[in-house]
Design a protein. Structure first.
Lengths: 876, 78
């Protein structure tokens, strides 16, 4: 094993031509790659000394086989120097800072000294020197004549991408290189460079390194034709032009032609380095596709850094659309047959399982659960086919490995991006199912933040026993019911689950024997509870509360206020008139209604209690049963929401009209008072602000009272109200907006004021401060909005959209930075938080050493419960 | 200029200079070497105030929103 080494220092610099030559193993002079027999030509671009890619051959430099030999650089001697695109701006800065005659940095000696000192101090402190260096360049540029030789300086114009024009003459790379060569070491240091590792003249290329063939392998097509890498193509171009340039120069071609060729060489070298330079047409393949050259390989999302090093693709994974299946356990995931047949789990054949394994292999790959591959004792892999499966099964020996197809009960990891917290990847047990989607219980949607409007999720199959064990113990869904984020259950009922348990348990819903069977038919419950009573005809009936008690574990004691508690002034506790106070004794739901507060995701008091008092598996059984019960409950009661559920009676509509009319009048009165100067400003507010606030207040109140009026006519017989009140979906405000009055539209918390000069729309008088001129929507969604209201509503709605878009991007970036900074911290067994070197960050995790998901809200209620429990134990 | 003590400020928690024996005990307790502790500069106003020297360990009693008071140790460095 190699010993891990600690990196002490990284130094960036430029490579000198000498260095290029030193590391080169061959000088490339010919643009040809392979000869007619398919062998690489010596001193060509595929010279065998540059490394090997063809199997069976050995590298002529290091003797390594393909895969062992890392490849070796060669070089091309350029006939004339060319510029390097990456340094165009630096070259411009240096050119302007040094004298055109004597190449000295045009600063006075004492200035140079002070700058150098500043740079040294910053370097000692390990801080960036950019600011000082930029100052050096801008100061040096101010001199019109050289302070040393007195030569007058000319303005140097820079033209993208790579031309430097002095006095109308274009500077050739040779000219520039000559100037740079003369610069003294001291001056270079003042310009922020280290003359030992980066002399300015090294920016201008005289030697071009030829990357090893290993990083530009050629592909042999099926037709036997070779297809070269983009980089090789580019290098061919460079060599060709280089040769032509040389021939022309030796033949004494006219200056014009030489210049053209030089320009062409420059173009090829530039595009070799970066093919997306603005002002340079990208070099194209014969097919018209732009070439992927050096810079393109590294840059961006699919580049080497983000695409190949930080992120890689994995095997044994699948991705498809998700859909809901309430019949699955929360610990399960439904996997399509097609996926199950493709993904495999390795199993080692031993003396005890060989017969079972044989049966698996004999099934072949098409007969689920079969085997796709067999690995023999000598590590040879054999593909199992329909034809050879019988034969392979007979040959099977102890020590072989088989790749068994995924089957029910296998443990897999299930993930939905963005993986923002640890519950974004959880371990599920597999259930192979028909069709083509992953299926999951909707109760596990909240931790993944998934819905079924087209979401896709990923699935990974652990390949080792250790990985499986770890996944089962740490990552199983039931182990993640309690979120470490807030210490409560993140998994629980949503939407219909909540509505269903509400409908079932609210009040004294009577359920006949037939209904009871309907509700319980999905269960493994064998003993029916005693009937609650008998109806007029002497038929027994049960209540929804009894049904719910069946899913509660015995011995559970709990009481709390339900979500739809109206927060009466004097809480009557268990005698609540609205059935909003839940009392559970010994696993029997005695009083109260089960709603979001009891079983909902993020709230779930009952779930929370069960998981803390019992264990995760009890909690997961509870959730499984609760979800089934709730769905049966909602089906028994019947539940739908339609457009006429937003209807309110005529008197109510009239009352609401009254309310809005008076509000409008009140606003008008306020405006009149303001105009008459009778309005008293609120403390710390201007008169205008006061008016705005009073108007907002009045209109807000109008919306609220409109809602209240509507609410009076919409009771628990309205499905919308049931959903809002039980916490399943939506709020009373949503209902108010649909049925009564949408209310004030706002931009940045204020009434809408933008638009034309002094008015929002041309339909209003200038300076109109009235309700309807500034975005008060009097109509309800049901009635429909007037065109003007609709427009204001669109303004307010757009602001909401923009806000969410910005919020998600900003919080995403914030999260990334936090995770980057904290990802290697670890809580040790002694409670300290340390990083990888063992340096202590916190002496106690969170300073109090508490795991949020294990704590149990330090409330007096707990003490009471513990006493009760202990007393009960002593009684027994 | 008026002299003042930084420790008197509300936002500066109490800093206590530990004796070498106490410091050793802290290191024993956490099973760490001194260099693994969080650091504080000798030039830090608080360190100056309590007269800490390089290599000393300072005990800091920070106010914590979760635990009311949290104990931290910091190694005085150059």
């Amino acid at each position: 094993m190699t010993v891990p080494k600690r990196i002490g220092k990284i130094r960036f610099g430029l490579i000198s031509p000498q260095e290029f030559r030193k590391m080169s193993v061959v000088k490339i002079i010919t643009a040809d790659t392979y000869d007619d027999d398919g062998f690489p030509i010596e001193m060509g671009l595929m010279d065998p000394r540059l490394g090997v890619i063809d199997p069976g051959l050995r590298c002529r430099t290091c003797g390594g086989r393909p895969g062992e030999c890392p490849g070796h650089f060669g070089h091309i001697d350029l006939i004339a120097p060319v510029m390097h695109v990456g340094f165009a701006k630096l070259v411009r800065k240096i050119l302007r800072a040094i004298c055109r005659e004597c190449s000295r940095l045009m600063l006075l000696d004492h200035e140079k000294e002070t700058f150098l000192e500043q740079i040294r101090t910053l370097e000692d402190l390990g801080q960036p020197t950019d600011d000082v260096v930029n100052k050096v360049f801008s100061e040096a540029r101010k001199h019109k004549t050289c302070p040393y030789c007195g030569a007058p300086q000319r303005e140097i114009k820079f033209e993208r991408p790579l031309s430097y024009i002095e006095d109308g003459h274009k500077l050739t790379p040779s000219d520039i290189r000559d100037r740079f060569e003369k610069a003294s070491d001291e001056d270079i240091q003042v310009m922020g460079m280290n003359p030992e590792t980066a002399r300015p003249e090294w920016i201008i290329l005289t030697v071009l390194p030829v990357p090893p063939v290993t990083m530009r392998p050629s592909i042999t097509l099926e037709s036997g034709q070779r297809s070269e890498d983009d980089l090789t193509h580019k290098l061919v171009d460079i060599i060709r032009i280089n040769q032509r340039f040389q021939e022309n120069r030796e033949a004494g071609a006219p200056q014009l032609i030489i210049e053209d060729l030089w320009e062409l060489l420059q173009y090829h070298v530039t595009t070799f380095l970066d093919n997306t330079v603005s002002g340079v047409p990208p070099a194209r393949h014969r097919s018209g596709r732009p070439l992927k050259t050096l810079s393109q390989r590294l840059k961006g999302k699919e580049g080497r850094f983000r695409g190949s090093l930080s992120g890689k693709r994995v095997n044994f994974s699948a991705r498809t659309v998700i859909s809901p299946d309430p019949n699955l356990s929360i610990n399960e995931v439904g996997v399509p047959m097609d996926v199950a047949r493709e993904l495999t789990v390795p199993m080692i054949v031993n003396s005890r399982n060989i017969e079972v394994m044989r049966k698996y292999v004999a099934r072949g790959p098409d007969n689920h659960p079969g085997v796709n591959y067999v690995q023999r004792a000598d590590n040879r892999r054999v593909k199992v086919t329909d034809k050879n499966c019988g034969e392979v099964a007979e040959q099977l020996e102890v020590g072989w490995k088989i790749d068994r197809q995924l089957a029910d009960g296998d443990v897999v990891l299930f993930n939905r991006q963005p993986s923002l917290h640890r519950m974004s990847i959880m371990a599920h047990r597999i259930k192979v199912m028909p069709y083509k989607t992953f299926r999951l219980n909707p109760a596990v949607c909240p931790p993944y933040n998934a819905d079924f409007d087209g979401d896709e999720m990923n699935l990974h199959v652990p390949q080792t026993e250790e990985a499986r064990a770890e996944a089962q113990i740490l990552m199983r869904v039931q182990e993640n019911i309690l979120s470490p984020r807030f210490g409560g259950p993140i998994i629980g009922g949503i939407h219909d689950y909540v509505t269903g348990s509400f409908l079932l348990t609210h009040g004294e819903r009577r359920i006949s024997r037939a209904g009871l069977m309907e509700v319980l038919k999905k269960y493994d419950i064998n003993d029916l509870p005693e009937p609650k009573g008998y109806d007029e005809r002497g038929e027994p009936y049960w209540t929804g509360k009894q049904m719910f008690s069946l899913v509660l574990p015995r011995g559970l004691n709990l009481s709390f206020k339900a979500d739809f508690c109206l927060a009466c002034e004097q809480c009557k506790g268990p005698d609540c008139d609205n059935d909003a106070f839940v009392v559970i004794e010994d696993g029997q739901l005695l009083k109260g209604t089960i709603d979001a507060e009891a079983v909902g995701a993020f709230k779930g008091k009952v779930t929370d209690r069960i998981i803390k008092e019992y264990d995760p598996s009890v909690a997961s059984t509870f959730l499984d049963r609760m979800t089934l019960l709730a769905l049966r409950g909602i089906m028994l009661a019947g539940f739908s929401f339609g457009i006429d559920d937003e209807d309110i009676p005529v008197p109510a509509a009239e009352q609401i009209d009254d309310v809005t009319r008076t509000a409008r009048e009140n606003v008008q009165k306020l405006i009149e008072a303001y105009r008459a100067g009778e309005l008293e400003p609120l403390p710390g507010r201007t008169l205008d602000e006061t008016l705005e606030m009073r108007i907002m207040q009045t209109l807000g109140k109008a919306r609220d009272s409109a809602g209240k009026i509507a609410g009076r006519y919409l009771g628990l017989d309205n499905s919308g109200v049931v959903m809002a009140v039980s916490g399943a979906r939506g709020s009373m405000l949503n209902l108010t907006q649909m049925a009564a009055c949408v209310g004030q539209q706002s931009v940045r918390g204020e009434r809408i004021r933008r638009g034309y000069a002094g008015r929002t729309l041309p339909h209003f008088q200038r300076g109109d401060l009235g309700a309807e001129a500034h975005g008060f929507v009097e109509s309800s969604y049901k009635d429909g909005l007037t065109p003007i209201e609709f427009f204001f509503h669109a303004i307010g709605g757009r602001e909401g959209l923009v806000d969410t878009a910005i919020r998600t991007s900003q919080s995403g970036y914030l999260q990334r930075r936090l995770v980057n900074a904290l990802q290697d911290l670890e809580v040790n067994y002694d409670g300290t938080v340390r990083e990888t070197r063992g340096m202590i960050v916190q002496f106690k995790y969170g300073e109090d050493g508490v795991d949020a998901s294990r704590r149990d809200y330090a409330s007096p209620d707990n003490v009471r419960r513990i006493i009760k429990k202990v007393l009960a134990r002593e009684d027994a | 200029m008026k002299k003042f003590a930084v420790q008197d400020h509300d936002l500066v928690p109490p800093h206590i200079l530990l004796s070498p024996e106490e410091a050793e005990q802290v290191l024993q307790q956490y099973g760490v070497e001194a260099r693994q502790l969080p650091k504080i500069h000798v030039s830090d106003p608080v360190a100056k105030e309590i007269g800490a020297k390089v290599g000393d360990v300072i005990k800091v009693l920070r106010i914590s929103p979760t635990a009311r008071q949290a104990v931290f140790y910091r190694l005085v460095i150059d």
